[in-house]
Design a protein around this ligand. Structure first.
Ligand code: ZN
Length: 304
């Protein structure tokens, strides 16, 4: 049920993974997001959860293997055959690996998008996510290219509107732009009702489509807090899941909510900040020490 590997022809030697069985730990789903970016607070998701939210974390009950072989469905440079109404303007080297997945993205149930905090997988993989987009430096482009890290970029319209083209370089390297709202209101769960939350999501959906040629499929709440109202809005905005985290690279070091090292399937939070290089160095050291390969979360979930 695991261990399927397909070192397909497009894999470069440096990216070829040796799959081994690593113990995957099941962890509690609540995320205490402590994003220390300028505005984001440490109040955390745990304070706002209604009864229904914790089961959306996807860590416990959705470990059934998905043995659907998708190897032939993807090929390098070919956009996924999804229903995107607009063509991808430039081919990328995004799809380099395919998996015989041992994890299945929980479906939208009762109109609520699932909440994913960690991927329960035995594949030795880790997922890098980078948020907001405030600080845009050539150095960050250079480092990401040097390390060849495909990443999920949860961008906020208001923080990237001064230079949206900056992120095309990451896209060309294999990353995807995802949804982190228009305004980055970290109190949106408490302050806003359904419609206002939806509007702030849809605005970013449209902006991403306009500038990057693809509708985001994943949502990250500003500050990390979510609710069932938010989960409904995320689904209605056309996205597949809320993505939180249990590890982050912050202030030049790694912070773990569970344990003291990266685990297979961890989702790592970073930000486009002035300390990008130090944060990425901390992540890289942890990633290499754990023997994990950085792969694109959307590829693994089948929502690219
Ligand atoms: Zn943010």
């Amino acid at each position: 049920m695991f261990g399927g590997h397909s070192a397909v022809s497009i894999s470069t030697p440096s990216r070829r993974a040796v799959f081994s069985v690593l113990g995957a730990s099941v962890v509690a789903g609540l995320t205490a997001c402590t994003a220390a970016e300028g505005a984001e607070t440490t109040q955390g998701a745990g304070t706002t959860q209604g009864a229904g939210t914790t089961q959306g974390a996807g860590t416990a009950q959705r470990s059934t293997p998905a043995l659907t072989p998708t190897t032939a469905a993807e090929s390098p440079g070919v956009p996924p055959a999804s229903a995107s109404p607009t063509p991808t303007p430039t081919p990328t080297k995004r799809i380099r690996r395919t998996f015989i997945p041992d994890y299945q993205l929980p479906p939208i149930v009762s109109g609520l998008a699932p909440v994913i905090t960690k991927i329960e997988t035995k594949h030795p993989v880790v997922f890098l996510t980078i948020d907001d987009g405030n600080i845009k430096t050539p150095e960050s482009i250079k480092l990401m290219a040097e390390y060849d890290y495909p990443s999920s970029l949860f961008l906020t319209k208001d923080t990237i509107a001064d230079n949206p083209a900056f992120f095309n370089a990451f896209k060309a390297q294999g990353s995807l732009i995802e949804n982190h709202t228009v305004t980055h209101n970290i109190n949106m769960v408490r302050q806003w009702g359904y419609q206002q939350q939806l509007n702030d999501m849809v605005g970013m959906q449209e902006y991403a489509l306009q500038h990057y040629g693809r509708r985001p499929t994943l949502f990250r709440p500003p500050g990390g807090a979510y609710s069932n109202v938010m989960r409904q809005a995320v689904a209605d905005a056309g996205m597949k899941a809320i993505i939180t985290w249990e590890a982050k690279a912050n202030a030049g070091k790694m912070d773990y909510q569970v344990g003291n090292a990266l685990r297979p399937g961890d989702i790592v939070l970073m930000h486009f900040r002035a300390e990008f290089a130090a944060d990425l160095a901390a992540f890289r050291a942890a990633q290499l020490a754990a023997g994990l390969e950085v792969v694109l979360l959307e590829d693994f979930l089948g929502v690219a």
